[in-house]
Ligand binder design. Structure first.
Ligand code: ASP
Length: 334
């Protein structure tokens, strides 16, 4: 007896891939998250040997993603992956915060099956929409016999969740992965893979089980000429109290001296601080002897002449999620 075609579940969340423009040819002034997943799937050719189920989990512009959205999506992805008959999951998502959702799912679920984030830069009714091909590619990748881990595909390129970033505000191949580069390519359903599948020890759904309104506040601040740290002091003074701060530093995670002084005040006050870089690539490489108390445990203050703890390779937005998960695990709340 022939085995049935693989089953892929599409969890739809909105984004430009489900967007609509008022005028054909308007690729910037459209509304994201308008078209339902059933309609998007109906527009695809029926040629693939695949069974597809779909669920509309949300219908948002991903710039508005929040903790409740992440929690619900992580739960729905986990529930679908737990079904033995499901080969893989596709998540349709806006490009704006796709790298954040991908990293959260990677750290929480680190799935042994593929979870492929799919997106578009042009709305669904554009003159030449990129969504349908991107969605087809994502379905093929999610059905691939060997694929595993949280992935993203766009314009034929395939990426792992760690290191993923939106690198261009308008190009159709808007996603990038810094120095790591793409994991591979997908062409007419055929995968060419150059790098290993993403692996991690999954934290499990329990890591994001707390009521979203209770998740600790973790903010990102930017170092730049004239940065004086006033924004850090304001965050320390204003409720709900900030629990973690990521600084997007200059170069290899260097920080304006006045901003650094404010960050050290925050660290001394028990706020967890991580140093990342505002550079598009490279991350932060620690110097010998770097590393002080990271602020997640009790106390948090470190020696004044040591560098602030670094976020390593993580981009500022992915470092924020890493710290958020650490603080959740440490029982920190709002
Ligand atoms: N603002 C859109 C979103 O992130 C952009 C996109 O999907 O490309 O939902």
């Amino acid at each position: 007896m022939q085995s049935p075609d693989p089953l892929v579940v599409v969890l739809a969340t909105g984004g430009t891939i489900a967007g609509l423009a008022d005028k054909a040819g308007d690729n910037t002034g459209y509304r994201a998250g308008q078209v339902g997943i059933a309609e998007l799937l109906a527009a695809l050719p029926a040629s693939m040997r695949l069974r597809v189920e779909a669920e509309q989990v949300a219908q948002i512009d991903s710039k508005d993603a929040d903790f409740a959205f992440w929690q619900r999506l992580a739960q729905r992805v986990a529930a679908q992956l737990a079904r033995a008959e499901v080969r893989g999951v596709v998540v349709t998502h806006g490009t704006d915060t796709l790298e954040e959702t991908a990293y959260l799912l990677h750290r929480v679920l680190a799935p042994a099956k593929p979870v492929v984030l799919s997106a578009a830069m042009r709305p669904a009714n554009a003159l030449s929409a990129d969504g349908p091909q991107n969605l087809l590619d994502a379905l093929a990748l999610a059905a691939h016999a060997d694929a595993r881990g949280v992935l993203a595909t766009m314009a034929g390129r395939v990426f792992s969740a760690p290191g993923l970033r939106k690198a261009h505000s308008r190009r159709l191949d808007a996603l990038d992965a810094g120095d790591a580069g793409p994991l591979g390519r997908i062409d007419d359903g055929r995968l060419s893979r150059w790098r290993p599948w993403p692996e991690a020890e999954p934290l499990g759904l329990a890591a994001v089980a707390r009521a979203p309104a209770q998740w600790p506040r973790v903010e990102i601040v930017l170092s730049h000429a004239g940065a004086d740290g006033a924004v850090v002091d304001a965050l320390l003074a204003q409720p709900p109290r900030v629990a973690g701060l990521i600084v997007a530093g200059t170069g290899n995670g260097t920080i304006h001296q006045r901003l650094e002084a404010a960050l050290r005040r925050a660290l001394a006050a028990g706020v967890a601080v991580r140093r990342s870089t505002r550079c598009a690539g490279g991350g932060v490489v620690d110097g010998v002897g770097d590393g002080v108390g990271d602020g997640v445990g009790a106390g948090g203050a470190g020696a004044a002449d040591d560098a602030l703890p670094s976020a390593g390779e993580l981009t500022p937005v992915q470092a924020r999620i890493e710290l958020l998960l650490e603080l959740l695990a440490a029982g920190r709340t709002r």
